[in-house]
Design a protein around this ligand. Structure first.
Ligand SMILES: Cc1cc2nc3c(=O)[nH]c(=O)nc-3n(C[C@H](O)[C@H](O)[C@H](O)COP(=O)(O)O)c2cc1C
Length: 168
């Protein structure tokens, strides 16, 4: 069962949950992968509800989104096993099937091709409208020093939130 919700009713909860981490899930060439994210933005552009994800070029997830142009955002509701965020934030889908290792339950998608994850049941279904390579030329020095010592910059994916549900 899925309860259809308005993503903006949960914007505060989603932004607060990002302090500990939420998941960003992708599917490309039949493979599902998920990674922990701590950064993201919700808002409106082009008259559409938008989630912006910030993914470093080194992530397998970057390659997956470049291939598919879609992702889901998966947010915990209540208690959950925080080990999920640890594994998904340290291991790469290049060499580990994180879904299998953690025995995560995939939820059939409604409005895009990417499943949700029942263990983190609040799901935003997102289709990329615009991507921006965040080159480092205008980034302030203190941020460069702290976040980009080896130049592995982010790509910002501006995605329309085409659906939102809570898996029950
Ligand atoms: C709490 C936490 C937050 C993170 N946030 C981000 C993020 O916003 N963007 C990013 O590119 N990587 C972030 N990471 C790192 C990725 O989750 C990590 O590199 C992951 O192993 C990448 O998986 P992949 O290679 O399968 O894409 C975060 C890690 C943790 C633990």
């Amino acid at each position: 069962m899925k309860k259809i919700v308005d993503a903006f009713d949960y914007a505060g909860d989603i932004c607060k949950a990002m302090k500990k981490g939420i998941l960003l899930t992708t599917k490309a060439d039949g493979q599902v992968n998920t990674m922990t994210i701590g950064w993201g933005t919700m808002g409106v552009e082009w008259g559409r509800p938008i989630f912006v994800a910030y993914v470093r070029g080194s992530r397998y997830t970057h390659q997956m989104i470049e291939n598919s142009g879609e992702f889901t955002v998966n947010v915990p509701v209540g208690a959950f096993d925080s080990k999920i965020l640890g594994v998904c934030g340290t291991k790469s889908g290049r060499d580990t099937d994180k879904i299998k290792e953690l025995n995560l339950t995939l939820e059939e998608p409604l409005n895009c091709g990417v499943p949700g994850i029942r263990e983190l049941p609040l799901t935003l279904e997102c289709k990329v409208l615009y991507r921006m390579e965040q080159t480092l030329d205008t980034v302030p020095q203190d941020i460069l020093d702290r976040y980009y010592p080896n130049g592995d910059h982010h790509y910002a994916y501006y995605a329309e939130i085409v659906g939102a549900y809570i898996a029950e």
